[in-house]
Design a protein around this ligand. Structure first.
Ligand SMILES: *Cc1c(COP(=O)(O)O)cnc(C)c1O
Length: 401
């Protein structure tokens, strides 16, 4: 029997123009989309190779590192996560994973799938990873090889103290694996100064690029561990010993896989834009617009999940008022305003919204737009909020600069 011929109704896909203020992807800057529409060239074309070399320098700037092994993995943030675990861990290795949200749970999965042994250090969702608990775990489990944790927990909006956690891990001679998917470009991150060994990020959060690439960086200590492995890395695609043949310093690049060429044009553009703005300026912008959103959200009478001291400016978890159907609010925001905000995950599902102010979506316009739309929808649903004050409160903060 011959398969039926499909009758597509979408003859050319033309998505609506949305405003993306969820946990990622965030709005992609038109300059980045334009860069991605340029002609595809060969992935070993000398022009492309020059662009790759420059990309490594731009990524080093973004990560604040001189690590030679600083490249974009050709797959989303989850693949960057897996790249770190499969290359650094060998079967039987003990690994401490600090978990305070969804993504720490994924780290545990990765450790187990490497045949390594996770030792979990758990904190409540919405809290940062507790350095004292990490130290206790390292004290009571001698011989731990690595410590893994999430810098910016996108599922809750909490920031953990990378510098402090790494300092403890190093005292116990452990390598560190840090998830910086949501932190890179949005909050201070200093890979060399903080002595992080392995770090991975994503392109679709504070870099405002399309999803699908994962910048990673490895210290010399980490590279030495990878080169000294007894067991082969179980993933052929993510084995850095092989990937380095393509991305490495040598001028003779060997084919490993076909790079996602146009996606890399986009990342290059995004990193040039980050450099033009300046890292510190980008961090300050994320902070400023968070303060404006906060003023508006609190004026509405809503509360934040995470305490101010370790709240992420780029991911604002806000509690849903009693009696409000949070999914209905998100549906209306999308339908009436083309505005996407995020739902809660895991133990916070149904209880919070996650409002992203990531990358180029972190603007005064989006702060005011989101507050106005939220106020309108909550008013329509007769939610118990204060009306007519949120925009003024946010505006006052924005005017103060
Ligand atoms: C989004 C995210 C990931 C996963 O990235 P993908 O690109 O979706 O694979 C991992 N960790 C954190 C903290 C994230 O926010």
């Amino acid at each position: 029997m011959v398969n039926p011929i499909p009758q597509p109704t979408i003859l050319s896909f033309n998505p609506a123009v949305r405003t993306l203020m969820g946990p990622g992807p965030s709005d992609v800057h038109p300059r980045i989309l334009a860069a991605m529409a340029r002609p595809t060239i060969g992935h070993l074309d000398p022009q492309f190779v020059d662009m790759m070399d420059e990309m490594k320098l731009l990524l080093q700037y973004a990560f604040q590192t001189r690590n030679a092994l600083t490249i974009p993995v050709s797959a989303p943030g989850s693949a960057g996560m897996e790249t770190c675990f499969v290359n650094l861990l060998e079967p039987g290795d003990k690994v401490v994973v600090c978990q305070n949200g969804v993504f720490g749970g994924r780290m545990k999965e990765n450790v187990e799938r490497c045949g390594a042994l996770p030792i979990m250090v758990e904190d409540a969702w919405g809290e940062p990873a507790d350095p004292e608990k990490l130290e206790d775990a390292l004290k009571s489990h001698p011989g731990v090889k690595a410590v893994a944790f999430v810098h910016a927990e996108t599922s809750t909006g909490a920031r953990s103290d990378v510098q402090q956690l790494v300092e403890i891990a190093r005292r116990y001679d452990c390598l560190t694996i840090v998830d910086a998917v949501t932190s890179l470009g949005g909050i201070p991150l200093k890979v060399d100064e903080w002595q992080v060994d392995a770090i991975y990020s994503g392109t679709q959060k504070c870099l405002s690029c399309t999803p699908g690439l994962s910048p990673v960086s490895f210290s010399e200590r980490a590279v030495a561990r990878i080169k000294a492995r007894k067991a082969k890395v179980q993933s052929w695609f993510l084995d850095l010993n092989l990937v380095m043949g393509y991305w490495g310093a040598s001028t003779k690049r060997a084919y490993h896989h076909t790079a996602p060429i146009n996606a890399l044009y986009g990342l290059h553009e995004a990193l040039v834009m980050l450099q033009e703005e300046g890292l510190e300026a980008a961090w300050a912008r994320h902070h400023r617009h968070h303060l404006a959103l906060r003023a508006g959200v609190e004026a509405l009478g809503l509360r934040f999940v995470v305490k101010e001291a370790y709240r992420l400016p780029q991911l604002n978890a806000v509690t849903v008022p009693d009696g409000v159907d949070e999914a209905e609010v998100r549906r209306r925001l999308l339908r009436e305003f083309n505005l996407e905000i995020g739902a809660g995950l895991g133990s916070l599902a149904g209880k919070v919204w996650r409002i992203g102010l990531m990358g180029h979506a972190s603007t005064p316009k989006n702060v005011l737009f989101c507050l106005a739309a939220l106020e309108k929808v909550l008013s329509d649903l007769k939610a118990p909020i204060a009306r007519g004050v949120a925009l003024g409160a946010a505006g006052t903060v924005l005017a103060a600069g």
